[in-house]
Design a protein around this ligand. Structure first.
Ligand SMILES: [Mn+2]
Length: 353
């Protein structure tokens, strides 16, 4: 039995809507989900598990119709999903009433239920959110639904306000696999038995690194899983090291080289390190316009001449600091140099000499 486990797709979300790449992100999130359905079809996946927050907000009826249509095109794959805290199923909401024409199942709101898939001999047990928060330890009270079947738990949560649970309590229940959602960073928390798929596309700049899905197989009672990256864009924190003699053109060169290597599509936070020359005025908008730059953090030190600074500040804290540092003998040269630079920078920035 081959399965794919995804979670936290957040269809309908529009991250970075104020940035130039933000406009296309909603469509890209959907494209990423469509890619999963394509993989299901091509690899004849038996079961697609969606562990909550497929939608960013509770879906409308027309959204469910579109989803149903997409699922109806899968010739081999059955779908079982739960609602999470974002797409919770309120009483009498479209999701509470909707009857799928395809073979997909959304487990009902606010009760432990299972879907037994006879031809696969798989029993998926889970609990759909009916409201945005549950502090109760609901997942810890769910047991395998059918003896002799492959038992899967579909759960969403893991923090204090979203069905907190202890991994070891759930591990003892005897599920063949526990497919989790809610935590956006993918995490394989119990070997081949329990994992957070993580978000399918990163949903804000704190979600750095790759995102994707879990591919699993259950053969003769043995489960094996593997996380596979599949996201269209990643957030990357990238160091850009400058040297005092660098001009704008040289900085551009270094940046071009690094981004070429890491991917033009990705969204970058640039962390500037090294030293910027005293006479260089860097024109960042000009340099970074051709890329997706979320933010630039300047951690550079200016290229000061300590001797001039020392002469000009003989009678104040800055001068004393430089004097003391330069005359220290016990420290390693590199550390001394760094301490001197950081200290000068701090004192100059504080403006309190
Ligand atoms: Mn969630």
């Amino acid at each position: 039995m081959k399965f794919i486990h995804i979670a936290d797709v957040h269809l309908g979300a529009s991250p970075d809507s104020d940035k130039k790449w933000g406009e296309g992100r909603t469509a890209e999130i959907e494209e990423s989900f469509d890619n999963i359905l394509k993989i299901c079809e091509e690899q004849k996946i038996d079961l697609l598990l969606i562990a909550g927050d497929l939608y960013h907000e509770p879906p409308t009826e027309s959204m469910l119709q579109d989803l149903d249509y997409k699922f109806s095109k899968l010739s081999n794959t059955k779908v079982v999903m739960i609602a999470g805290n974002h797409d919770y199923i309120a009483e009498n909401s479209p999701a509470a009433r909707y009857k799928f024409k395809s073979k997909a199942v959304i487990l009902p709101r606010e009760k432990t239920t299972n879907a037994y898939l006879k031809d696969l001999n798989v029993c998926v047990t889970g609990y759909s959110y009916g409201k945005p928060e549950y502090t109760e330890r609901i997942l810890e009270n769910i047991n395998p639904g059918k003896k002799g079947a492959v038992n899967i738990l579909l759960g969403h949560g893991g923090d204090a306000n979203h069905m907190p649970f202890s991994k070891s309590v759930i591990a003892k229940k005897g599920f063949d696999y526990v497919a989790l959602g809610h935590i956006h960073k993918p995490a394989h928390i119990l070997k081949n038995r329990m994992a957070f798929a993580g978000s399918l596309e990163p949903l804000d700049h704190t979600e750095t690194g790759r995102r994707g899905y879990i591919y699993g197989e259950v053969t003769d009672g043995v489960t094996r899983i593997k996380w596979i990256p599949s996201n269209i864009r990643s957030y990357i924190n990238m160091e850009l090291k400058v040297q005092p003699e660098f001009t704008n053109a040289q900085i551009q060169d270094v940046l071009d080289g690094q981004i070429l290597k890491l991917g033009y599509n990705n969204i970058y936070k640039i962390i500037l390190t090294g030293q910027i020359g005293e006479k260089v005025s860097i024109e960042f908008p000009k340099i970074t316009n051709r890329y997706n730059i979320y933010e630039i953090e300047n951690r550079t030190l200016c290229d000061y001449d300590e001797n001039i600074l020392l002469r000009e500040n003989e009678n104040n804290l800055l001068g004393r600091f430089i004097y003391e540092m330069k005359n220290r003998t016990e420290t390693d040269e590199e550390i001394k140099e760094k301490a001197l630079r950081y200290g000068i920078e701090a004192l100059l920035t504080a403006g309190d000499k």
